[in-house]
Design a protein around this ligand. Structure first.
Ligand code: SAM
Length: 247
C-alpha cells in the first residue's frame, strides 16, 4: 500500500518543490544549516539523527530509498563523502534528482530495487536508509542485500517505523543476517514532535495544492494531526526506531 503511495507522490505535481518525503525529527542536537535548507530543517534532522554518529568524510556511501533526493544532496554537500550513491525504485524520482543535483560532483542517482541492489559485493563503507523500508515486500531480502554490498567492518544506519510485532521481526532479521547492533533507539517522541511542529504548514500546503477528492489521502500520508498515522505514533501502536549496525 505504501509503495503505491510513493509512486503517486513521486509524480504528484501537488507535492511541488518538496525534496523530502519523511515525517521529520527534532531534538536538542540541531545541525547548523545553510539558509536555503532552513525550510527543510525537520526533514533534514531525520537524516542528521540517522548518520550523526558516523564519520562519512572520504567514504563510499550508499543511500537506499532516496526519494526526491534532498537528504542525499544535503549529506553529500555537508559531510564530503568520497562518493554518495543514492538508489530509488522510482524512475521518475531518479530523473528528477539527476536534474536537480547535477552540480553535486560526489553524488550519483541510480534506479534500483532495495531487494536486488545493482552493485557488486563489498562496494560500500557506509549504507543508510531513511523511512523507506516499510515499503519493501521482503525486509529479509533487503537486509541481506545491504549485508552483501557492505564491506566488512562497514556500518548500516537504518531508521523507519513499524508496529511492535513487525519491529521485533526487523530486529531478528538484523541479527539473523549477521549484523552486530552498535546502537538502537526508539525515536517516536522526537518524530511526533516534528509532526506536531509541521502539521499546520503541511495542512495548508495540501489544502492549497490538492483537490478536495484526494486531500484527505494526502493528509493521511503526510501524518498531519488527527490522521491514523499521527494517532498511531501517539498511542504507541506504531513506533519509530533507529538502528546502527555493523558487518
Ligand atoms: C517515504 S519515501 C522516503 C524518501 C527519502 N528517504 C526521504 O526521507 O525523503 C520512501 C521511498 O522509498 C522508495 N522505495 C520504495 N520501495 C523501494 C524499493 N523496493 N527499492 C528502492 N526504493 C524503494 C520510494 O520510491 C520512495 O522514494
Amino acid at each position: 500500500m505504501w509503495r503505491l503511495w510513493y509512486q503517486r507522490l513521486a509524480k504528484a505535481k501537488e507535492w511541488g518543490e518538496l525534496n523530502y518525503m519523511n515525517y521529520g525529527f527534532t531534538d536538542a542536537d540541531q545541525p547548523v544549516l545553510d539558509e536555503k535548507d532552513e525550510s527543510d530543517r525537520l526533514f533534514i534532522q531525520l537524516y542528521h539523527m540517522n548518520i550523526r554518529d558516523i564519520e562519512l568524510g572520504g567514504k563510499n556511501v550508499l543511500e537506499v530509498g532516496s526519494g526526491r533526493g534532498g537528504g542525499a544532496d544535503w549529506i553529500a554537500r555537508t559531510y564530503s563523502p568520497s562518493t554518495l550513491t543514492a538508489v530509488d525504485y522510482s524512475a521518475k524520482a531518479v530523473q528528477l534528482c539527476e536534474r536537480l543535483y547535477a552540480g553535486q560532483g560526489n553524488l550519483d542517482f541510480v534506479k534500483g530495487n532495495a531487494m536486488a541492489l545493482p552493485f557488486d559485493d563489498t562496494s560500500f563503507d557506509i549504507i543508510y536508509n531513511v523511512e523507506s523500508s516499510h515499503c519493501y515486500s521482503d525486509m529479509g531480502a533487503f537486509v541481506a542485500e545491504v549485508h552483501r554490498v557492505l564491506r566488512s567492518g562497514g556500518l548500516f544506519a537504518w531508521t523507519d517505523f513499524r508496529d511492535e510485532s513487525r519491529m521485533r521481526e526487523v530486529h531478528d532479521i538484523f541479527l539473523d543476517t549477521g549484523f552486530g547492533i552498535v546502537e538502537h533507539s526508539d525515536v517516536t517522541a522526537e518524530v511526533l514532535k516534528a509532526l506536531d511542529e509541521m502539521s499546520d504548514d503541511k495542512q495548508a500546503r495540501i489544502k492549497n495544492g490538492t483537490s478536495l477528492a484526494i486531500r484527505r489521502s494526502f493528509e493521511t500520508f503526510a501524518g498531519v494531526r488527527g490522521t491514523p498515522v499521527y494517532e498511531s505514533f501517539q498511542n504507541g501502536s506504531l513506533g519509530y526506531h533507529r538502528y546502527l549496525l555493523t558487518k
